[in-house]
Design a protein around this ligand. Structure first.
Ligand code: ZN
Length: 138
């Protein structure tokens, strides 16, 4: 004899309804946060992250159109390239390009960052252009 399926017997997960802690706001929060989505986005940290992301995207766009001279002194992308090579070890620029594609960088833009990182002594390279391997500079 087949046993009956358990459909209907499984208790639904308890839904947490928490009200935003911002004064006069009565909206529900999500994911266990203390503020509603709107007030989460208004927090100084979220504003900071949004500003940094806008700066980063602006720089990438400038580098794409004007080349490596548009890379800022405190470029987060350059720092990411350096950190990626520190974690992963030396790799070919083609492989680095593949990884950076997710960040919205095309291969020409990646080259601009590689050239600038090398100029600043952040990375070292060996091989020839087209088959260049880059690594974190110690
Ligand atoms: Zn709120």
């Amino acid at each position: 004899m087949r046993s009956r399926p358990l459909i209907g017997l499984v208790k639904p997960k308890a839904v947490e309804h928490i009200i935003c802690e911002e004064q006069l706001c009565r909206r529900a929060t999500r994911g266990g946060k203390r503020w509603c989505p709107e007030h989460v986005m208004r927090s100084p940290y979220a504003q900071h992250v949004a500003r940094e992301d806008a700066r980063r995207q602006g720089e990438i766009l400038d580098v794409r159109t004007r080349g490596s001279k548009s890379i800022r002194k405190d470029s987060g992308v350059l720092e990411d390239v350096r950190n990626e090579l520190l974690i992963s070890g030396p790799r070919k620029v083609a492989k680095l390009s593949y990884w950076l594609k997710a960040e919205g960088l095309d291969s020409t833009t990646v080259w601009s960052y590689v050239i600038e990182a090398r100029r600043r002594g952040l990375i070292v390279s060996r091989g020839v252009e087209g088959d260049l391997e880059v690594g974190h500079a110690w």
